[in-house]
Design a protein around this ligand. Sequence first.
Ligand code: GLA
Length: 366
Amino acid sequence: MKLFRAVLFCMTSAAIAHASVTHTSFGTLPSGAAVEIYTLKSPAVEIRVMTYGARVVSLATKDRDGKMGDVVLGYANIEGYLGDTKTYFGSVPGRYANRIALGKFTLDGKQYQIPINNAPNALHGGPDGFASRNWTAKEIPNGVEFTLISPDGDQGFPGKMTAHVRYTLEGSTVRIVYSATSDKPTVVNLTNHSYFNLGGEASGTILNEKLTLDADQYTPIDATSIPLGQLAPVAGTPFDFTKPESVGARIGADDVQLKNGSGYDHNLVLRGKSGELRPAAKVYDATSGRVLSVETTEPGVQFYSGNFLDGTLTGISGVKYVQHSGLCLETQHFPDSPNRPNFPSTELKPGQTYHSETTWTFTTEK
Ligand code: GLA
């Protein structure tokens, strides 16, 4: 029986194709702190993630001919990341990813103010959020666990928070598991802000990539990108990606919501039960044949079409990132939830553990 189990275990592990994990230095921060970069490698995928911002730096996958290519936007060195406070390339924004209206919210009768860094709102946890922190790293089976301790009052948020982000690679699937605890009631919303370009990071825009979103509703926004409050049907609007549609097909439509976001920069309400890992999005690039399938436990996904890239940033392979060079699928709780009792709650109480999981699976199609 024991032997049978051992054989079965070996067969299953071989089928999953475990990843090799190595790490090296990725430079130092102005403070002198060392930045480490971890490479997780399987036959199908090679992903590099670093301690600074718990960021994905590069992610190589196979095209339909088996040729590897880097499918996320990023920089060649730490200086690139330090010189860019706007894009959040590959990072884990926090403590509250996305926007909080005017940076204000009330919890248990007390008002809190997060510094404004996207006037008039707070974005991605304020000007010195989790994306610009040097996390500590620990190797785990098939990957790495990053840990950050955020002190009580950090960027205005109450409670000392301990946050963990685990990246693991199993075959062609990258799994990201987020967890957090706090010693006082607080709010939390973590995501990954990678910009995907399945044609390759230097291949131009994502406007021809075909997107499917498992969402029948979205949260329309005002001119400052704060949700108006209601969940609106996507049917009959440029936000209907329930069937595969190219990102660029309707991006220029005369639509007030697209104008408010300067393109797509909206939260889609995912079907199914929040807390259960279920399909969220699929992207297909006809040129390379690459397919990305996203699953998540989160109730929403911010679909951002790289509207604010403007050709001034030079990427990892020396190519300038023009508008729409990449798209983000930020699995998340809805924007401004701390001020929206009708949205799924982002409160975290002492004794509770926040848990969130997202997977990216890479395949190819003809
Ligand atoms: C998020 C926001 C966008 C933009 C990017 C970073 O996706 O929703 O408006 O700020 O981050 O540029």
